[in-house]
Design a protein around this ligand. Structure first.
Ligand code: 5AD
Ligand code: FES
Length: 348
């Protein structure tokens, strides 16, 4: 990619459909200039800080049947688990000892965790760690449920839109799910006052450059605080088994474009990047990412939260992950930071 295009994106923080489509369709060759421009922008707002979020994957039961996902309801080979409230609080306590000040509770859409149960867990976390931020990632819910979690103390919510093209959405999900409802959830969350994270997979089956353009335009409309992207990775026990996984270079290109278009966003170097390449997360950091989400779940359940094949960090204790990540972040030229880490310029 030419220097001039990177500069243009950096200065304008936007581009017309034609330029974006060209960047989204051509085969990425040498994108060094793009990564460097993205890195310069992230340094303007965040310096060399990389925020750490402790991730607790507390249930792999899911009532949904997304075609790409290894914990989909229809995967009868998945061995299911749930963590008790005490187990969740123990993970958080261990995370707190390791310095984490943000906890992300992520799970499938599991009806066992009623609003009442979830609110109890969120309140307990909030009570035990008043100086920490609680993030939820538990899927699509009615607005009242989101409000109840907020009232219990949750302040951030992660819900990727997955694809902003309705026809593509229909090819990735069964008819019981819709892009319309997904968007409704995201706008409800924003209105309630959450810091919202959205995002999409890169290289998912049937994705076209036009789909990706729509993803960008949708994000511009939503203005999320966090943007999570990562390559699609195939899982053998899904209807998409055998579909090719996403590509690292295209993933990095899109990640740096997102940094240039959303200068202040919190963008994680996701586990999916670390799974497509051994140094994938380091490369994502150098291409504009500024968050990593190490796993705090008990090691005995780690392998079971298998959204895709060969997921990394499934054998390491929380403390090992912490050390490993700190080294990786330093080797990429950044500094791990454990503070609450709000978005730059956020009024909240
Ligand atoms: N490959 C990559 N990412 C996936 N996710 C789910 N399944 C896969 C997969 N096979 C992502 C989705 C979801 C997030 C938690 O993980 O984008 O929102
Ligand atoms: Fe988990 Fe390296 S980050 S082992």
């Amino acid at each position: 990619m030419q220097n001039s295009v990177s500069e243009f994106l950096r200065l304008r923080q936007d581009a017309d459909d034609g330029l974006l489509l060209r960047l989204l369709s051509e085969e990425p060759q040498d994108d060094t200039a793009l990564y460097e421009a993205a890195d310069a922008v992230r340094r303007t707002w965040y310096g060399d800080a990389v925020y750490l979020r402790g991730l607790i994957e507390f249930t792999n039961y899911c009532k949904n049947d997304c075609y790409y996902c290894g914990i989909r309801h229809g995967n009868t080979r998945a061995q299911r688990y749930r963590l008790t409230a005490d187990e969740i609080l123990d993970c958080a306590a261990e995370g707190y000892r390791l310095g984490y000040r943000t906890f992300v509770l992520q799970g499938g859409e599991d009806p066992y965790y009623t609003d009442e149960r979830l609110c109890e867990i969120v309140s307990a976390l909030h009570r035990e760690h008043p100086d920490c931020a609680v993030t939820l990632s538990v899927g699509e819910k009615p607005r009242e449920s989101y409000q109840a979690y907020f009232d219990a103390g949750a302040r951030r919510y992660l819900l990727r839109h997955e694809t902003a093209d309705a026809a593509h959405y229909g090819r990735l999900h069964p008819a019981s799910m819709s892009l319309e409802n997904r968007k409704r959830c995201l706008f409800d969350l924003k209105e309630i006052g959450y810091q919202v994270g959205s995002g999409f997979m890169i290289g998912s089956p049937y994705q076209t450059p036009e789909c990706l353009l729509r993803d960008i335009r949708f994000l511009q409309q939503l203005c999320p605080d966090m943007i999570g992207v990562g390559p699609y990775l195939t899982h053998p026990d899904t209807p998409f088994a055998g579909m090719p996984s996403g590509d690292l270079k295209r993933g990095l290109r899109i990640l740096s474009m997102l940094r240039l278009l959303f200068p202040k966003a919190l963008i994680p170097a996701t586990t999916a990047f670390g799974t497509v390449a051994p140094d994938g997360r380091e490369l994502a950091l150098k291409a504009g990412a500024n968050v990593v989400m190490p796993n705090l779940s008990p090691v005995r359940v780690r392998k079971l939260y298998s959204l895709y094949e060969n997921k990394i960090c499934t054998g390491e204790e929380a403390a090992e992950c912490r050390g490993c990540l700190e080294r990786r972040i330093a080797s990429a030229g950044y500094q791990a930071v454990t503070s609450v880490g709000d978005p730059a310029g956020s009024a909240r």
